[in-house]
Design a protein around this ligand. Structure first.
Ligand code: PLP
Length: 400
């Protein structure tokens, strides 16, 4: 073992502990659901992205079993080397229809879809203009690119600040291509990007738009087709990223757009070129998830009924949900230590809801992030609300 490395790691970890930024994942011993067993305790789970409860929907599970028997467990190779199985092709065709785009290319994760697509579509003659609250996987994809992108050089706009976006667009006309990139639904705040205005500005200044719909897929638009569908912007968003890991309940990510975009990413999207395809049962399970989303309105209705109830109940009880508009419902705390204490106390009360602290959000903007889903019953949410109120009362008593 290399001594300088080990001692550096220990120092770094101690710094994280000292700053209340150290994370330890809890142990989950039941399937993802509204109530789970975590570290041996039964809790209401408000920390899952399984929006529609599809992660263990019987039809999705049955499709995975069937594909396992037919195809075995592995894809064998990268798709362009080993060949694309029928089931992978069918998934992409289904997703393209679902997104109303010419084509879709699937990657093994939403993260890799961002890091594969973004650097592939820009060069050193281009600029990427980003919302300051974009997800880490967008930021990493942007950093991998040869384009200009830095905040210090003036290419990042304040969160949803359309005046600032226009100002950047008006002073970057010398670049060959300009890409505006935004989350569709912001993953830590739960608000929705002003996509109609972004698209209008992009069209005015001849820029193109990429939207990351990780948290809009299955949540916004008809059947959960995403932010472009929600705002009726079909055909006007050049690149849409979706994840297959959250509402669709399995794992993966995809890029939806034109046929030449797909062709280009098959040739230049590095995680597609150099990483093995999903196990076929993953693709089959995802086709079944799409079947449910397109034919059964019930999960999405339950998701939104639960979301509306939860947000109103929190607001009525005096919690600040930070202007969230979607199921992602942050409960503002501010101080990192207080948020982590609150997370622990909620767990003791039987509620699992994660404290989100720096570097996931800015320092001093810690929050408890809650995610109501179709998998929750009314009883689960009422139980969770009472726990939030009790913990807040206990914290305020201990502070006085
Ligand atoms: C906005 C956003 N984009 C991309 C991703 C990555 O998706 P995946 O979990 O499929 O890799 C996430 C996941 O947290 C996300 O929130």
């Amino acid at each position: 073992m290399n001594a300088p490395l080990q001692s550096w790691l220990k120092d770094q970890l101690q710094t994280l502990r000292d700053q209340n930024l150290y994370k330890t994942p809890r142990h989950l011993s039941t399937p993802a659901g509204g109530r789970v067993t975590m570290d041996g305790k039964q809790v209401v789970n408000l920390s899952s992205n399984n929006y529609l409860g599809l992660a263990n929907h019987p039809k999705v599970v049955a499709a995975a079993h069937e594909a396992l028997d037919r195809w075995g467990v592995g894809a064998g190779a990268v798709r362009w080397i080993g060949g694309t199985m029928d089931v992978h092709q069918e998934l992409e065709d289904r997703l393209a229809k679902f997104k109303h785009t010419e084509a879709v290319l699937v990657f093994t994760g939403g993260f890799t879809a961002n890091s594969g697509c973004i650097p592939a579509v820009v060069t050193d003659k281009d600029v990427i203009i980003s919302d300051e609250l974009n997800h880490a996987s967008i930021i990493d994809g942007v950093r991998l690119s040869a384009a200009k992108y830095k905040k210090s050089e003036g290419y990042v706009y304040g969160h949803k600040d359309m005046g600032q976006l226009e100002e950047i667009l008006s002073r970057t006309q010398e670049f060959e291509k300009r890409m505006i990139i935004t989350d569709g639904v912001f993953s830590m705040d739960g608000d929705i990007a002003p996509l109609p205005k972004i698209v209008e500005l992009a069209e005015k200044y001849n820029a193109f738009v990429m939207v990351d719909d990780a948290h809009a897929s299955g949540v916004l638009g008809k059947n959960g087709a995403g932010t472009a569908a929600h705002f009726d912007l079909y055909g006007r968003v050049d690149i849409q990223l979706g994840t297959l890991s959250k509402a669709l309940g399995v794992v993966g990510g995809y890029i939806a757009g034109s046929a030449p975009l797909k062709d280009w990413l098959i040739n230049r999207g590095r995680p597609y070129l150099f990483s093995t395809a999903h196990p076929p049962m993953v693709a089959a399970a995802l086709i079944a998830s799409l079947d449910v989303m397109e034919n059964d309105p019930e999960p999405m209705k339950r998701l939104w009924d639960n979301t509306r109830w939860w947000k109103k109940a929190l607001a009525d009880a005096g919690f600040d949900t930070m202007g969230s508009e979607t199921p992602i419902t942050p409960v503002y705390v501010g101080d990192e230590g207080a948020a982590q204490r609150m997370e622990k106390m909620l767990f003791d009360e039987g509620v699992y809801a994660l404290a989100i602290v720096y570097p996931t959000v800015a320092r001093g903007k810690a929050r408890i992030r809650t995610m109501p889903s179709a998998a929750h019953t009314q009883e689960d949410l009422e139980f969770a609300l009472q726990a939030f109120v009790r913990v807040r009362d206990l914290l305020s008593t201990s502070a006085t």
